[in-house]
Design a binder for this molecule. Sequence first.
Ligand code: NDP
Length: 260
Amino acid sequence: MTRFEGRTVVVTGGNKGIGFAIAGRFAAEGANVVLGSVEPQVEEAAAALRETGASAVGVVCDVTDPHAVTALYDVAEREFGRLDVSVQNAGIITIARIEDLSERDWDATLAVNTKGTFLCCQEAIRRMRRAGRGGRLINIASGQARDGFIYTPHYAASKFGVMGLTQSLAKEVATDGITVNSVCPGIIRTDMWNYNDRVWGKMLGDYGPGELMASWVQNIPMKRAGEGRDVAALIAFLASEDADYITGQAINVDGGLIMS
Ligand code: NDP
């Protein structure tokens, strides 16, 4: 498949989990991929994609730092000459009872999940408008942007913020040929979910490793947890020509867990 041949895609948080699956999907479909992450191992993730024959570059980029974000998109344009798709995937979560939730955790979560998404969208739109070829922005929200969950008010607030940002930007750039959409993953098997399983598992009952995940999966109509590739497939669709007339939307990818 070469749907994205000659296109350049930036994926934040691209070194592992859902972000790496997204980067891999675009690489497999012919795109030049730029992966940004906090840890220097992001270059190893890019190297793994290059071994499959893809064009991929890893960039150390903390999405809360505007200078680092500018540098990330500079690399995309310098290495590959254009920017077509930007996927705002970088995200963090912590879990705490309200009395224990620190201001530091609140600020860090909003900084990465919401401000980081804003900074990347701003930088991508600036460049897409300048180039005049349109483009695609896809923001990773969460089922918690639909339905806030217990012990994560800061995370839910950060992801509701992503939805508002998505809708507002979609209206502002609609006539520039740029679409802006969100996706809302449910329970996806990654390091983040392992943390959730462990910490929520202790707070919500006496769950052993994997037991909370197993019990929540029973609430999913499809009776299975999601994988990064499930999210990546939706994002590839939203980045494709088939999604030309879709903007300002939030689409769940969760096996039917939330139907609104
Ligand atoms: P992981 O914890 O596996 O990966 C998170 C990624 O975000 C890592 O690549 C990490 O980079 C990166 N990251 C964290 N902080 C920053 C930062 N300041 N700047 C740049 N990159 C950063 O999580 P998932 O793959 O599970 O999550 C990906 C996205 O999907 C997140 O936005 C998450 O909120 C969302 N999501 C996940 C769900 C799930 O069930 N897994 C469900 C719903 C939404 P590094 O490794 O370098 O720190």
